[in-house]
Design a protein around this ligand. Structure first.
Ligand SMILES: Cc1cc2nc3c(=O)[nH]c(=O)nc-3n(C[C@H](O)[C@H](O)[C@H](O)COP(=O)(O)OP(=O)(O)OC[C@H]3O[C@@H](n4cnc5c(N)ncnc54)[C@H](O)[C@@H]3O)c2cc1C
Length: 262
């Protein structure tokens, strides 16, 4: 298998258009599982881990631009004050080793219904920045996620960054699993109580084909847990039943409201 290793974003975009069958890989924590279990054998890998433009994060006029190569360790350490729910979610991902390698771009690329960065980013109204040799475009995260492990990225595009304008609202992230580390969430929830917008915002994970945003006026706090549970579209699978997932969302929403809207 060929491994293409561009050093700049321009070079990466050129290689992406010349080799549309090559799989992008950054931290490799999802891709290598696919390869190791022989679930896929792409003709080539497009290694993005050497590209400076994809790393780190910056502030631009009140907006945060989180590079696709931003790791969970960096989110946990650097974004605790500005995006607390994302920082909390990052702390629950895998193990320290996975947090050191795994990236936001990779979580978006996989677009799993259980992707832990996705609910906190939905609550904050994030946009995904995509680029190709033809230029850039931005897609609201809600539109980017189109189905289980499916997204709106085209075959000639790469995820370059995620843009968020931090609300400053009190927010949190919680997930339910059989233990406290190294688990895929059975159900997860990010919630914010945005007093400026007068809005409760919650996004669930692992309880529908894609993580989804649910909102309500602050005054409807009493019925919000039920609304979130009703909005979910969970299924029965090896990790939990639909009934349990709805119940878990009710409990998580109630606890998150106690934390954020007290
Ligand atoms: C032991 C273990 C535990 C885990 N625990 C969790 C967990 O608790 N929560 C969770 O959400 N995930 C978990 N994961 C999954 C994984 O760590 C995350 O999804 C991570 O964010 C993937 O990032 P990565 O950089 O390693 O992606 P990669 O494996 O490099 O890529 C993942 C996908 O994204 C694509 N991709 C990567 N970067 C780009 C880009 N810039 N542009 C376009 N496409 C791109 C790749 O082609 C691939 O389809 C776990 C994985 C393992 C192995």
């Amino acid at each position: 298998m060929d491994v293409l290793t561009p050093r700049t974003l321009d070079e990466a975009l050129r290689l992406r258009s010349e080799h549309p069958d090559a799989w992008p890989i950054d931290g490799g924590t999802d891709v290598l599982v696919e390869l190791n279990f022989d679930r896929a054998r792409p003709p080539a890998l497009l290694n993005l881990s050497e590209i400076r433009e994809l790393k780190g994060w910056s502030r631009e006029n009140g907006t945060l631009r989180l590079g696709a190569g931003l790791t969970y360790t960096q989110c946990r350490q650097d974004l605790r004050d500005v995006l607390p729910a994302l920082a909390e979610a990052s702390r629950t991902v895998g193990s320290p080793q996975i947090q050191n390698r795994g990236t936001l771009g990779g979580n978006l690329g996989t677009s799993s219904p259980a992707g832990d960065s996705l609910p906190p980013l939905l609550v904050e109204g994030a946009e995904v920045e995509l680029a190709s040799v033809r230029g850039e475009r931005r897609v609201p995260l809600e539109e980017f996620l189109v189905g289980p492990k499916r997204n709106a990225m085209l075959a000639n595009e790469l995820i370059v960054a995620v843009r968020v304008s931090p609300s400053g609202a009190r927010q949190t992230f919680m997930k339910v699993g059989p233990r406290n580390a190294m688990v895929i969430a059975v159900a997860s929830l990010a919630l914010s109580a945005d007093r400026e917008r007068g809005e409760l915002r919650a996004a669930y994970g692992s309880a529908g084909p894609v993580p989804k945003l649910v909102t309500a006026p602050l005054a409807e706090r009493a019925s919000f847990a039920e609304r979130v549970a009703e909005a979910a579209q969970p299924i029965d699978d090896v990790r939990g039943t639909a009934v349990y997932r709805r119940h878990a969302l009710r409990v998580l929403t109630t606890r998150a409201l106690e934390r954020c809207a007290a």
